[in-house]
Design a protein around this ligand. Structure first.
Ligand code: FPP
Length: 240
């Protein structure tokens, strides 16, 4: 689908992506899995551009989950270095495009200090940008996020009877982040895999067989088109 085919007045405000299938895509072509992640970088930046073009204001991507530490040591090391490398190589470009970069996830002992420094510097550099907020979920788990929020609530001493959904939401990793309108998972897996568990309560879920390295700007517009079809089918309640 092309940008012109979309109703630009009804674009999702927040899209979240599980960028799945990099490894399988590479293996299918006889390449090492790491080449799939490299190809995934190109897709990510196409999707960032697509969001900027369509006027999507928030994009959240799952770069490394709390479960990904279980992968072979070499791949874990590659993914950590790769994330750091992308930030170093491409943050000026993101900044020039008006993208605000943020991170969600646990900053525990497993995340190297150097990477944390790059994360903080990228966030600081881009903090005044407003076109698109790119939130990178690193060492992120949805259950861990809820646990961390509950810990803070308990520590704050709020009486149990006063705890509401709003109380939890205020203690999530980024309380300013709106709930996603659309969650996309690539590569034919029909699972949520611990991504944004609290936030996606009412999100439209879209699963596609396309592997992440083949997902780009056009595929993003297809997904937004499908989202708009779903809305149209169930719309009309408010508008009469
Ligand atoms: C899933 O593919 C993808 C990942 C675990 C990481 C993807 C990371 C990037 C594209 C880089 C993002 C970096 C930044 C800084 C945002 P998989 O390996 O699970 O594929 P498989 O399911 O085929 O094994």
């Amino acid at each position: 689908m092309k940008l012109d085919d979309l109703d630009l007045g009804r674009v999702p405000r927040h899209i979240a992506c599980v960028m799945d299938g990099n490894g399988r895509w590479a293996q299918a072509q006889g390449l090492p899995r790491t080449e799939g992640h490299r190809a995934g970088e190109t897709s990510l930046f196409e999707v960032v551009q697509g969001c900027l073009d369509a006027g999507v204001q928030w994009l959240t991507v799952y770069a490394f989950s709390t479960e990904n530490w279980r992968r072979p040591k070499d791949e874990v090391r590659f993914l950590i270095n790769f994330n750091e490398d992308i930030l170093l190589r491409r943050r000026d470009e993101l900044h020039a495009k008006g993208v605000r970069v943020r991170f969600v996830g646990r900053r525990d002992w497993r995340v190297p200090k150097r990477l944390i420094r790059q994360m903080d510097e990228s966030t600081e550099l881009t903090r005044r940008n407003r076109k698109l907020t790119l939130t990178i979920a690193f060492n992120y788990g949805g259950r861990a996020e809820i646990v961390d929020a509950v810990k803070q609530v308990v520590e704050s001493g709020v009486p149990a009877a006063k705890v509401t959904e709003r109380t939890i939401a205020k203690h999530l990793y980024d309380p300013e982040m709106p709930d996603p309108d659309l969650v996309i998972r690539t590569s034919g897996e029909y699972r949520i895999s611990n991504f944004l568990l609290w936030e996606l309560a009412y999100s439209e879920l879209l699963f596609t067989d396309t592997p992440w390295p083949e997902f780009g700007r056009c595929a993003l517009f297809d997904a937004i088109g499908e989202y708009q079809d779903r809305e149209r089918r169930f719309g009309g309640v408010d508008g009469g």
